[in-house]
Design a protein around this ligand. Sequence first.
Ligand code: PMV
Length: 316
Amino acid sequence: MAIVTATACGKIILFGEHAVVYGRPAIAAPLTLLRAQAVVQASTVAGVCLLAPDLGVHTTLDAADADDPLAAVLRHFAQAAKLAQWPDLTVTVHSDIPVASGLGSGAAITTAMLRALAAYFALPHLANPPQLSALTYEVEKLYHGTPSGIDNTVIAYEQPVYFMRQQPQNQIEPFRPAVPIDLLVADTGIRSSTKVVVEDVRRRWQADPIRFEQIFTACGDIVAAARQAIEQGNLAELGQLMTYNHEWLQEMSVSGPELDVLVQAALEAGALGAKLSGAGRGGNMIALVTRETAVAVQMALQQAGAHRVLLTRIEP
Ligand code: PMV
């Protein structure tokens, strides 16, 4: 095939980030407005050329470092596809999803590349969600160190999911809420490395395991209550739980002044709840709104310094 294009969505974590790395449940949803795109095309130049103009990447598979995540996608794909030798190809990646901002940009780029490669080589079984998610997880380890697996899961399935990391298989339950869930996603504009924040939480957990286990358990309990609120369509309760979750994330030390300012601004403008989303220390926050409050909360977030505010809906 001469040319193939594929995309993958971003994601937001509604509840349970960080605690999910320690085996507690979490809830995440696709952010379909922001996407990564990969184009695979036959080339007249020898070898495999890797281009990501937004990231300033212009390299070849042979020249890329061993831990280069884009090259790692190709290597994992070759292994799964039992590809003895690469044909001459160009793989180009674009993404609307800001990097290091808690929206799953790394996993989205990987998933888009794997989808495009699976289509190019006519190997549809490599593009089914469990297989895509498993391959994306391998690459996520390069970005994250010890990823829980929630990002690759929600992005590969492109559905809202209840997720729990466990052996031998993660618990993955796609769901639809009882009523629409409208969320504003606001960017602090601060980039923050998930790997660094996750490692810092690990150090703090090692230094004070009893306290951190209590915090993680409290987050897990919030997720269980949130699941009930989602199933019952109880948005007031859901919002309250988001704000509680944010307070536990503050206790973990993963919030920051800019995130706290946005959370406060959203609540004061009438959001039902608000919290940081993703690894924290920058990146994005989410606010639960209704049709009546969406505009006021959006304006409040912009006035409080948000760089970009998006409205997304989880459909019943
Ligand atoms: O990649 P981010 O920033 O959306 O964060 C992922 C969520 C964490 O729980 C912090 C890490 C993980 O692997 O689940």
